[in-house]
Design a protein around this ligand. Structure first.
Ligand code: ACO
Ligand code: KIV
Ligand code: MG
Length: 508
């Protein structure tokens, strides 16, 4: 096989810039450990100067996660670089990632600086960062909309100042594949010493072309691709890790490049990131979507039954899509449950497993067969890192046609009982109002409510996901039950508990 393409994962930095996504340190650590198992080459762990929380997460990952390079983002100024280094310095393989925009539109309106000033700022920042580490990545933000002559000048100056990785981002997803491939080719031809550094690309998906543009760049000689699991990222997201990796693998006779990725970790990484960020994977998503390996029509089914490759270009087993060999039901035990959960990407401590097992038995009593999707819904709350302060003791709801929906709720906190009743526009609204009253009011706003039936059938589990907002932070709450009102109440309470755990009683 050919030369390696390095996989630079930015799920924890650009991915976390997805509107509505907010991960705490423990959640970021879990994702980083899984990215290391997946064997990515670089983990961009965050933007340390952005907030104390970001700093803490980058530092925790730098201290603990071995294997991949751990990278932190910084603007082209000394304060950002010093802060990034402070967070990264204990990493086995630290990288400082510096960026500054090079397009005239950004220079004029955002940075309000001349081309010469930006070039000097970039070079000075790189020299400053070089005193800390020899692994420096430089990104020319909005490169694809920059004047190519000026861009080449900046890149050359960056290499001269000591950058070892040059990243050419398509920051606003404006490029198209053939054009972007040629753009990379031109930079390779024109810039002195470009062959001494790694050429990286970072493509956004505003026109749905992030993966196609990244692949065109690889074909033109780029050797690092910046990606995010499930294509998370600012606005329409970044190039999806799993799609890039499987395109390079499936079309290896064309690209002749390899990655170090452990393919069989792809599916569970996708599930884990979806669970922890609350960003659901669309059913028809390439590689990891629920429908990616399902065949609906007769002619396709006939083909697949005769020979799988008639309609499947990838083997789902290679990607780690679980094959259900053991049917889990009310007679199953802890071993089978642990095994199945591990296959799905949920490595559970004994205490977590005990809780999941109790919930599993409860559901198994009500359902004939507990499917993978049911299991995931069950354990998602166990793997969220939060200790609930308020617990649901009971819930009564009166609802129907021509009556005012009313809910009575009982909560417990540290052995104390909180009981309230309220009316609402519907049973869920009434229950939420009763919770708000029981907590004595709070400053948290409900911004999103989603109800999903986990599997088909009358006995399907209902999964409710809510997103709440406290100041500029978002929190996700989940609840699962065969009763959708109960699932809704659990989800709301779960989100409020997380707010209280992270910001304390000020939220009330
Ligand atoms: C393309 C990308 O994805 S870049 C990464 C984007 N990610 C984020 O912005 C998330 C985290 N950001 C934050 O928390 C905040 O924006 C902070 C803490 C970094 C900065 O906050 P503030 O100091 O309040 O500045 P604010 O964000 O309002 O404005 C950005 C400032 O940085 C400047 N700036 C932007 N990019 C760069 C750069 N690469 N190098 C140097 N300066 C820069 C802007 O010109 C502006 O400066 P000004 O205040 O002199 O006008
Ligand atoms: C910081 C840079 C690499 C970025 O995210 C972008 O340009 O999209
Ligand atoms: Mg980006």
């Amino acid at each position: 096989m050919g030369e390696q393409v390095y996989i630079f994962d930015t799920t924890l930095r650009d991915g976390e810039q997805s509107p509505g996504v907010s991960l705490n340190t423990e959640e970021k650590l879990r994702i980083a450990r899984q990215l290391a198992r997946l064997n990515v080459d670089v983990i961009e762990a965050g933007f340390p100067v952005a907030s104390p929380g970001d700093f803490e997460a980058v530092q925790a990952i730098a201290r603990e996660v071995q294997g991949p390079v751990i990278c932190g983002l910084a603007r082209a100024n000394y304060a950002d670089i010093d802060r990034a280094w402070e967070a990264l310095k204990e990493a086995q393989r630290p990288r400082i990632h510096l960026f500054i925009a090079t397009s005239d539109i950004h220079l004029k309106h955002k940075l309000r600086k001349s081309r010469e000033e930006v070039l000097q700022l970039a070079a000075a920042a790189i020299r400053h960062a070089r005193q800390y580490t020899s692994d420096i990545e430089f990104s020319a933000e909005d490169a694809s909309r920059s004047d190519i002559n000026y861009l080449c000048e900046v890149v050359e100056a960056a290499i001269e100042a000591g950058a070892t990785v040059i990243n050419i981002p398509d920051t606003v997803g404006y490029a198209v594949p053939m054009e972007f491939g040629e753009f990379i080719g031109t930079i390779r031809q024109r810039v002195k010493n470009i062959d001494q550094v790694t050429i990286s690309v970072h493509c956004h998906n505003d026109l749905g072309l992030a993966v196609a543009n990244s692949l065109a760049a690889v074909a033109a000689g780029a050797n690092q691709v910046e990606v995010a699991v499930n294509g998370l990222g600012e606005r329409a997201g970044n190039a999806a890790l799993e799609e890039i990796v499987m395109a390079l693998y499936t079309k290896r006779s064309f690209y002749r490049r390899e990655t170090g990725i452990k393919y069989d970790e792809l599916y569970r990484t996708s599930r884990m990131v979806s669970s922890l960020t609350g960003m659901q994977v669309q059913h028809n998503k390439a590689v990891v979507g629920k429908n990616a390996f399902l065949h609906e029509s007769g002619i396709h089914q006939d083909g697949v039954l005769k020979e799988r490759t008639t309609y499947e270009i990838m083997n789902p087993q290679l990607i780690g899509v679980p094959q259900e060999t053991i049917v889990l039901g009310k007679h199953s035990g802890r071993h089978a449950l642990r095994e199945r959960l591990a296959e799905l990407g949920y490595m559970m401590a004994d205490e977590e497993l005990d809780k999941a097992f109790a919930r599993f038995k409860d559901i198994a009593d009500r359902k004939k067969e507990v499917t993978d999707l049911d299991l995931e819904a069950l354990v998602k709350n166990e793997i969220r890192i939060s200790k609930d302060l308020y617990h649901l003791s009971y819930l009564h709801v009166f609802s129907g046609t021509n009556i005012v929906p009313t809910a009575t709720i009982g909560l417990k906190r540290n052995g104390l009982k909180y009981e309230e009743a309220a009316c609402g526009d519907g049973p869920v609204d009434a229950a939420y109002k009763a919770i708000d009253k029981a907590l004595g009011g709070h400053h948290v706003a409900l911004v999103d409510y989603n109800l999903n039936a986990i599997t088909g059938g009358k006995d399907a589990l209902g999964e409710v996901m809510v997103r709440v907002q406290y100041k500029d932070k978002y929190f996700i709450g989940r609840g699962v039950s065969t009763d959708v009102i109960e699932a809704s109440v659990k989800a709301y309470l779960n989100a409020l508990n997380k707010v209280l755990q992270e910001v304390g009683e000020d939220a009330l």
